[in-house]
Structures are given as C-alpha cells and as structure tokens.
Design a protein around this ligand. Structure first.
Ligand code: ADP
Ligand code: MG
Length: 407
C-alpha cells in the first residue's frame, strides 16, 4: 500500500490544531466538543547493529527515531475502543471484553490493537476506553519496527490515564513482545518493543537481551550522519522466514547444549560451533549469531572512543554476515548496500531490521550526504526499477504523550 503519511511532520500535525481536524474528520458525529483531544507519539526504531540476535540472548544497539505513529484520541465513557488508521482503510470497533478481542487474520492491523487490549486486560490492568486515530509517518513493513511502535503506542495510551508516570515501560515492552509472539505469531525478540518504549533523544540503547539490562550510549557520529535507505521492496514471506530462523537457532542451541553448558546461542564461541555443529545451515546461522554479538560489543567500544571509521567497518561486516551466513538479505538490500559503499562519503553500510526488503543504513560524511542520497538513489533505481526513499536518521525519545509545549 502506498504510504500516505510520508509528508506528515510533527509541525504540520500540531499547527493550527490540524490534529483536531483530522480527528474530527475521522470520527464525525462521535467527536465531542466538550472533551479534549490528546496526542501521543510512539517512535519507529533503527537498529544500528546486533541483528537477529535479540531472540538468542544477544546484545543489540537500536535507537528510537523522530518518525513514528501518532495516536490522536478522545476518551469514551462506555467500554468500547474505536480505532482508525490513516494508512489502512479498515477500522475496528472493539468491545473490551468477549469475542471482539480474539485474533482474526482478516482483521489485519486491528489485531495488534486487539492483542494489546486483551493482554493488558488479562493482567487486570485498568484500561481507558477511547476513540483513537492512528496517524503515521513511519513506513510499515520496512524494518523500522512499525508493529512494535503500534503495540507500545496502544498499550501506553490505554494505560496512561490510570498509571501516568508510574507506567512501567519495560513491563509494557515485555507484554507487547509476548503478545506479538503468541497472538500475532511472530517469534521476535524484545529489541523492538524495548527500543520504542525506552528510547532516548540522541542516544542508542545498548540492550542485553539475556538479562534485560540496558544502558544509553551517546549517539555521536562526529562528521558523519546515519542515513536510512528504504528500498521500497516489500518484505515477502517475512513471518515464515523469521520463524524459520528462530527455529534454526533453537536447533543449533540444542546441539551445543548436549556438549557445553549454555543458556543462549550467543554464548557459543565460533570454534565450538565448528566443532559440534555439522549441519552446514545450522552452523552458518550460529556463526552469525556468535560473531554479530561480538560486533555489537566492539561497535560500542569504537563509538565511545570516537573511532567512527571502525564503527563503519562493523556495519559492513554485519551486512556480509546477514547476507552470507544468516541469509536474510536479498537483491534490493544488497544493491542498496553495494551502491552505498561505492560512494566516497560512505564508511559502512548494512541492511537493518528483519531483512528480505525494508531498509538499509549507511554512515556517510556530513558534507557528502546530499550527493550520496542523489547518487545512490539513482543507481539503485537503475538496477532495481524501484524508487527508494533516503533520509537522515534523527534519534528521539521513546513513546510519550505530547504536551502542547512540545509542538
Ligand atoms: P515492521 O514492524 O518491520 O514495520 P511488521 O510486518 O512487523 O513490519 O508490521 C507491520 C504491520 O504493523 C502492518 O502490516 C500493520 O498491520 C501494522 N501497522 C504499522 N503501521 C501502522 C499504522 N500506522 N496504522 C495501523 N497499522 C499499522
Ligand atoms: Mg515488526
């Protein structure tokens, strides 16, 4: 589906109460003059490095973006949730108990909202009924984790009225991950939900997924910028491939555990993998996981030391591994990365997110960013026939209610 939210900015959403107008258009007679319209924002996230290892107990380094999904809402006094989205025509009217909250494939995006509502209610949390219009400037299915953005936004909005500042963001991320695993059926790790809920402006989140501890790493790239390049190649077979990789990792771990004591696949050293895993596919998957975890640790060291050239090298190595060992890249992502690396201003590039389409990232020298975007876009389009979208990443805070001073 064409992305209708691409031109939306926070400024034009908030200016002249434009958000109120959008809400009124969407909800018509349901709009209440006497009640305030609240605006919440939930960021997309970009993963700098540490790909496909958050479900293997690895270290990951995502950061929240300044693009994401807005939730524009008015409270209701009955037990109903009514939801609409600017990028999907279908809408949902949910009674907050009973069969309305069951998963139905044909309900599409509404399932994420139903799932969050159901899971929070199962935790006996007090939920605020409301009408919500979701307005997004985050491409969906692009590896910038729009699903987690929507999940955390939904949970945050439903709970904020009753829990406010006491809302436990880490617990919310855990609930959302559980919901995506069990209810949606994607065996993702917790990185996306954690990054969206816990992001911090101008910082990357270093998350150890084995114990769920985290720290913030200043996102300082000196003379370089992080460019996000959306291939506009829709991911295909994404969920089944994702689950296939998760299963392969479990098999590799089970083989290793017969020989070595370990809890997570990232603990295996490459030599142990070579020694104990004979299946060539499982061996490749495990090698990626083991080395990618090392690369995250090294990347953080280089970032902290200000050695941006080495950070770039880590990104490129990560891509090679995702392409050859983990096999989750694809023609379009490879072209994007190769064309990026061809440019004189680029010191490292890789696919980001689940793969099979979606986005790549590149570290590019500031004064060459415009030239980079123009040339890489042109070459990419020539080779793939697809028009990409390139932009500079800005790192923002996690999910929040927007106060009007934050216009
Ligand atoms: P990713 O998380 O990489 O963006 P997913 O396939 O996991 O990709 O999630 C994309 C899905 O999330 C969409 O198909 C849709 O169901 C839902 N979604 C994303 N953005 C929105 C939005 N603005 N409004 C409604 N649903 C959305
Ligand atoms: Mg997702």
């Amino acid at each position: 589906m064409k992305h209708k939210g691409a031109l939306l900015t926070r400024k034009n959403l908030m200016e002249n109460d434009h958000y109120q107008e959008l809400f009124r258009d969407a909800f018509g007679a349901e709009f209440r003059e006497d009640l305030p319209v609240d605006v919440y924002f939930s960021p997309g996230r970009v993963n700098i490095i540490g790909e496909h290892i958050d479900y293997n107990g690895g270290m990951v380094l995502p950061a929240a973006l300044d693009i994401g999904i807005y939730g524009i809402a008015q409270k209701r006094s009955d037990a109903t949730l009514q939801i609409k989205s600017n990028i999907f025509s279908s809408m949902g009217v949910l009674m907050m108990d009973g069969p309305d909250l069951e998963y139905r494939k044909e309900d599409g995006w509404v399932n994420y909202v139903k799932g969050m509502t159901k899971y929070l209610m199962d935790e006996d949390r007090q939920i605020q009924p409301m009408n919500i219009l979701f307005v997004s400037n985050l491409p969906d299915g692009a590896g910038l984790s729009s699903s987690a953005t929507l999940e955390i936004l939904t949970g945050f909005m439903l709970l904020y009225e009753n829990e406010g500042m006491n809302l436990d963001r880490v617990a919310l991320a855990q609930t959302a991950k559980k919901m995506e695993n069990e209810y949606i059926g994607v065996n993702c790790g917790i990185m996306d939900q954690f990054a969206v809920a816990m992001g911090r402006e101008n910082h990357a989140v270093l998350l150890d997924t084995s114990v769920l501890s985290h720290s913030y790493i200043p996102f300082v790239l000196q003379n370089y910028s992080l460019v996000i390049a959306h291939t506009n190649k829709k991911r295909e077979l994404n969920e089944s491939k994702y689950n296939e990789r998760a299963r392969e990792c479990q098999e590799a771990l089970a083989i290793l555990q017969k020989n070595i004591k370990m809890d997570n696949l990232v603990e295996a050293f490459p030599e142990q993998i070579e020694e104990f895993i004979s299946d060539p596919i499982l061996r490749k998957r495990a090698l990626h996981v083991s080395r990618e975890n090392e690369r995250v640790i090294e990347t953080v060291k280089y970032m902290t030391e200000g050695d941006i050239l080495s950070v770039g090298r880590m990104l490129t190595q990560s891509h090679e591994s995702l392409k050859n060992l983990y096999e989750v890249s694809g023609f379009e992502l490879d072209v994007m990365v190769e064309e990026s690396l061809q440019h004189e201003g680029c010191i490292g590039a890789r696919m980001t997110g689940a793969g099979f389409g979606g986005c790549a990232i590149a570290l590019v020298e500031n004064y060459l960013v415009d030239d980079f975007m123009e040339k890489v876009s042109g070459e990419y389009e020539k080779k793939t026939g697809l028009t990409p979208h390139l932009f500079v990443a800005r790192i923002d805070d996690g999910t929040r209610k927007l106060e009007f001073s934050q216009k």
